[in-house]
Design a protein around this ligand. Sequence first.
Ligand SMILES: Cc1ncc(COP(=O)(O)O)c(C=O)c1O
Length: 365
Amino acid sequence: MVQLFNSRAAIEPLLAEVAARQRAVLEGGRYILGPEVEAFESEFAAYLGVAECVGVANGTDALTIALRALGIERGDEVVVPALTFYATAEAVVNAGANPVFCDVDPETLCMTADSASAAITERTAALLPVHLFGNPAPMGELTDLAGRHGLALLEDAAQAAGARLDGRMAGSLGDAATFSFFPSKNLGGFGDGGAVVTDDPELAAQARRLRFHGSEDKSIHTEVGYNSRLDELQAAGLRVLLPYLNDWTAARRQAAEAYGRLGLGEVVGLPRETPGAAHCYHLYAVSAPDRDSLRNALAEAGIGSRPYYTTPLHRQPALTAFAPASPLPAAEQAAEQNLALPMGPGLGEAEIATVVSAVGDALAR
Ligand SMILES: Cc1ncc(COP(=O)(O)O)c(C=O)c1O
């Protein structure tokens, strides 16, 4: 029996400290926008190497708020990869703009300069690459592309807390980036949470206003915003977890290395890192042409697995108005073939060996 995620294993030893810090918040009586959120914002900004962090209610709001803070307006187009969680495009629509779907690289599953170029028109205002499954998109070439066309560059780093590209943290590579602290994320809290991060103080100030009803002083409202704050209880919990994120990332990378070393690549396609990237393996997604029967066989062997984003965004019923004229073959193929296998900071080599041999047995049937 190997679970797809065993997210409690890593945080279990820390729960007493989380409870103590959250109890102090409860007793202090300050629950919204207090010292815990402020401290978490500066600690997370320092961790990423960025100037500003704005805590918001979840990763979806973080995207909507970041897009608006970047100046994205009604009628603007934002290039979004077709293979990602629905929220990436949902936020674009909620910000008033139109998502234009591009294909992904068949190996890394991320937006590239080539795939994004095909989606750029004179109405394009921003590129929104996603560091899918924790693998950083090629931000160098995307920065060049955005620069050539005068576009904003926003990273959806919801799945990439702890990942790096050329030594820099994912989330520090665009004009702004967004994170989710949903419990299953690599830095996952105890409820919903999210953040907008940036080096630009003006953009951060705008995100701060937008998270608080478009107001700086709770009295004058300069725009129509949102009620979207990270809360004190979440921030207190996240502050306990953040110092462990690098160790957890290293453990996930070690597990990925073990999958390869124990021969998984002989039977299925292994996840591929973007050149220069240190993937943080939020999900360890392999590719298998007969994915659904592999999944069934693994379930019979007591091994958790799950395909992600089996309906790419351009075929989602809510988004058909934004479907592109030309096909997006790599996104379609990945939607049909990806399968996430067990992954987490507490995954041991014996469990990995069990998974590898179960995958081999299933495909030899
Ligand atoms: C790529 C991506 N973007 C955005 C989100 C939205 O984050 P949240 O669930 O915190 O709203 C998620 C996670 O759920 C995600 O995986």
